[in-house]
Design a protein around this ligand. Structure first.
Ligand SMILES: [Zn+2]
Length: 235
């Protein structure tokens, strides 16, 4: 009886195991008919509605694991819309190399979107004041915490590197359209709405003709359409 395997045989077996696992996952997802991008049932996949675009500023979405599994998590939706975004899953990012790399990159100007007494409220800044907040020779990178308010507070308490970042916030101009999930106050925005609002505030006022086709507005239209469809399904 053979008790050990040579390297080549082990590699082949490992490859078989990996292939079998992948095959099983594809088989399962095909059986369940789940889209591998939005992770929604194919009958409710919204990917065809999305027009991906590169945003200014760039966003790094940090998703709480339970939020990542939520069928209507808008962090993933925003990530699919924004071609230059990153999405990392976790709670404590203190030792996360990817987050450290982004924070310590001298080309970046990293900030955290988070409401606190120390946060710079972008809404209350004049356009000229906003321009001076972020050095022009560095790229603004906005970290966004994606989860319930309770889980987001835990993320910030656990992640010392994020807690030390300069924080920005805004005054929501309207109530949230996220009518299918309960939040403490109607103005509490979902992740995709918050990202849209930051882009909106930091985008120079366009001439009226350009207003009809702004890509970040299209992102919000997808979100509203998904919510409307979901409300029909649950009505
Ligand atoms: Zn999809």
């Amino acid at each position: 009886m053979r008790t050990s395997l040579d390297g080549e045989t082990r590699t082949m077996l490992d490859a078989d195991i990996t292939t079998n696992r992948s095959a099983r996952w594809i088989e399962r997802s095909e059986h369940r008919s789940v889209c591998c991008r939005c992770r929604r049932p194919r009958s409710r996949c919204y990917c065809s509605l999305i027009s991906p675009f590169e945003s200014e500023p760039r966003f790094i979405i940090l998703t709480q694991p339970r939020e990542a599994k939520h069928r209507l998590g808008t962090g993933r939706m925003a990530h699919i819309c924004l071609t230059n975004s990153s999405l990392f899953e976790g709670v404590d990012f203190s030792d996360d190399k990817r987050v450290h790399r982004e924070i310590n990159d001298p080309a970046n100007c990293p900030v955290l979107l988070y409401l606190s007494p120390a946060s710079i409220n972008l809404t209350r800044q004049r356009w000229s004041e906003r321009q001076t907040l972020f050095p022009g020779n560095r790229k603004l990178v906005v970290f966004v915490l994606d989860g319930t308010w309770k889980s987001v507070r835990k993320m910030i308490r656990s992640s010392r590197n994020l807690a030390r970042l300069p924080k920005i916030c805004f005054d929501p101009p309207t109530a949230s359209a996220y009518r299918i999930r309960r939040e403490p106050r109607p103005e509490c925005y979902s992740t995709i709405e918050a990202i849209h609002q930051v882009i909106e505030i930091l985008t120079p006022v366009a001439d009226p003709e350009e207003l009809v086709s702004r890509p970040h507005d299209r992102m919000l239209e997808v979100f509203r359409s998904v919510i409307d469809r979901q409300l029909i399904f649950t009505a």
